[in-house]
Design a protein around this ligand. Sequence first.
Ligand SMILES: NC(=O)c1ccc[n+]([C@@H]2O[C@H](COP(=O)([O-])OP(=O)(O)OC[C@H]3O[C@@H](n4cnc5c(N)ncnc54)[C@H](O)[C@@H]3O)[C@@H](O)[C@H]2O)c1
Length: 384
Amino acid sequence: MSRPFAIALIGQKFMGRAHSNAWSQAARFFDLGLTPLLHTVSAREPRELEQFAERWGWLNTTTDWRDIVGYDDIELVDIGTPNHVHAEPAIAMLEARKHVACEKPLAGTLEDARAMAKAARQAARRGVKTFVWFNYRRCPAMALAQRLVREGKLGAIRHVRAHYLQDWGGPTTPLSWRFQRKLAGSGAHGDLNAHIVDLARFLVGEEVSEVHGALARTFVHERPLPDAPRKRGKSDVDDCVLFLASFAGGATASFEASRLAPGHQNDNSIELNGEKGSLRFSFENMNVLELCEVSDKRTDGWKRIMCTAAGLHPYAAAWWPDAHVLGYEHGFVNMAADILRVLDGKAPEAPLPDFEDAYQTQRVLEAALLSARERCAIKLSEVK
Ligand SMILES: NC(=O)c1ccc[n+]([C@@H]2O[C@H](COP(=O)([O-])OP(=O)(O)OC[C@H]3O[C@@H](n4cnc5c(N)ncnc54)[C@H](O)[C@@H]3O)[C@@H](O)[C@H]2O)c1
């Protein structure tokens, strides 16, 4: 028998929808010991919030997330708010002994991320767990890639080449929290590089040891205000950040994030080159993993693996017959299922990032920003 497991959600827009769908679907597709009960949703706009709750089946609403602390029956709090509204609710919920699943990046600033990691360490002593929604780990192709690397299929990793490019950040895009440093912390960097740094660490299985150089640039300095389009407000985050890094085991890595790359809509791409072969993935073709094995010079080349075979590929057994492909939302459902498995004392299908893990990604992001600002290399040991 599956036990009802009460969840609260903070934030009801883009990620609010993705997460509500994930909690709603997880126990329908996966056999789980815990079945999510959509207890309470919190966000700022009361009218939208009521409609949202009705549409997605949340039982209660509140415009003050602090109310959630008072519900003893809520066991996990899911945070899908802008980056400056991660630390305070996360720490409050951990202190109230509730598990927390927070959106990425862990926070807008390293200071907030450090405080969250510290609170998570303290809460862990009381059995409280943390999770961070680095959802791309849970595309079957990425979870398979991680297994193949662990099994030694590529041998020692020499190079990681990652970019995450989008095209929506031009000058006509209205100002929002995403373009304000005091709210977001950074622009394309925290938004997009956060994902590919997490993926690279996940796949290589090592920490980044040094950022050798970085370039951050803002091209768009003003944007129309959403409620008064003739007026303009200051856009003060990076539009792109590029950097070079080393992993502890010696692999070289390049990362590039941009919101100003026409032709790339959600191009989250990563390639690994090892001594015995290579792997590559692009989210715009997310069901496919490409593998090149160095074995016979006459036949070496890229092999296209459709990662949809039940029993062979991670998560595939829960979904559809072979090649009935998955999409963006399935990564979130897979993640919700893994969170529920872990909270039920079972192993996840692929390793889940917790606050400590996401704090290591945040340190890499900070090192890149420091490197761009100071125009020098930054050892990760210098970034606490
Ligand atoms: N994992 C991913 O692929 C992915 C994709 C997009 C966004 N994100 C992350 O998710 C988070 C939210 O992004 P989004 O795109 O959903 O933002 P959004 O602007 O679409 O939604 C933000 C929501 O937060 C609510 N909110 C803001 N301040 C609040 C407060 N003080 N109390 C209660 N609710 C509050 C708003 O009412 C709104 O419902 C960010 O950290 C972002 O980086 C992750």
